[in-house]
Design a protein around this ligand. Structure first.
Ligand code: AMP
Length: 216
């Protein structure tokens, strides 16, 4: 197995790009946020612990998310390429991941940064909608549903995620700047960083460019 790490601010569109890359190539997409939201919904012990951190826009404890990711990496040992979206989120998690990969004999293909200016990030997050029933994600600008406010996949009414409310978004951006942004230098230092300009709305272009960079 080899791993591609997706890096980018909340609202950079990295989740949307990851889903698109997975669709185009069959690469397995693993979103730490989706994994945690599923655990919260199911009420697992990890989910119960994670809930308050997530609702306030803070990171859940490193060991909690690292264990969940390691379980998936172990269970998916036969997967050729795993696209990690949302993990690692800080330098300690990057170090945990490096140890995990060494133990599992997994290599890092690259860390793909979707680079987006702050003002675009704020606009993108305020346009974000999710389906509470099936988890599908939409964006009123970037990826609008066919019928306003309704999920294309299952017909349920779309909602704004609790942690996409303006006060929480501000806090998540601070958490990103303090904890996640340093990962860019961390992966540049390992010579594994590749960058895609994420400021435009053309998802097909971003997908194609990301694929070229991943394939090197
Ligand atoms: P996301 O969908 O990636 O924006 O994640 C939503 C929330 O889940 C974050 O605001 C954090 O509370 C939590 N979360 C997701 N991934 C991680 C991670 N790698 N480390 C800690 N918390 C995380």
């Amino acid at each position: 197995m080899e791993i591609v790490i997706m890096l980018g601010a909340p609202g950079s569109g990295k989740g949307t790009l990851a889903v698109e890359l997975a669709k185009e190539t069959g690469i397995r997409h693993l979103s730490s946020g989706d994994l945690l939201r599923a655990a919260v919904k199911e009420g697992t012990p990890a989910g119960v612990k994670a809930k308050a951190y997530m609702e306030s826009g803070n990171l859940v404890p490193d060991e909690l998310i690292a264990e969940m990711i390691e379980d998936v990496v172990r269970a998916d040992a036969n997967t050729q390429t795993l696209l990690l979206d949302g993990f690692p989120r800080n330098v300690p998690q990057a170090e945990i991941l490096a140890g995990m990969m060494a133990r599992a004999g997994v290599t890092l293909r690259c860390a793909l940064l979707l680079d987006v200016p702050d003002e675009v990030v704020v606009r993108r997050i305020s346009g974000r909608r999710v389906c509470p029933a099936c988890g599908a994600g939409f964006n009123v600008d970037l990826l609008p549903p066919k019928q306003e406010g309704i999920c294309d996949a299952c017909g349920a009414e779309l909602i704004i995620r609790k942690d996409d409310k303006p006060e929480t978004v501000r806090h998540r951006l601070e958490v990103y700047a303090e904890q996640t942004f340093p990962l860019i230098e961390y992966y540049r230092g390992t010579d594994k960083l590749v960058t895609v300009d994420g400021s435009g709305d053309d998802l097909a272009w971003k997908t194609q460019t990301a694929l070229e960079k991943i394939r090197g």
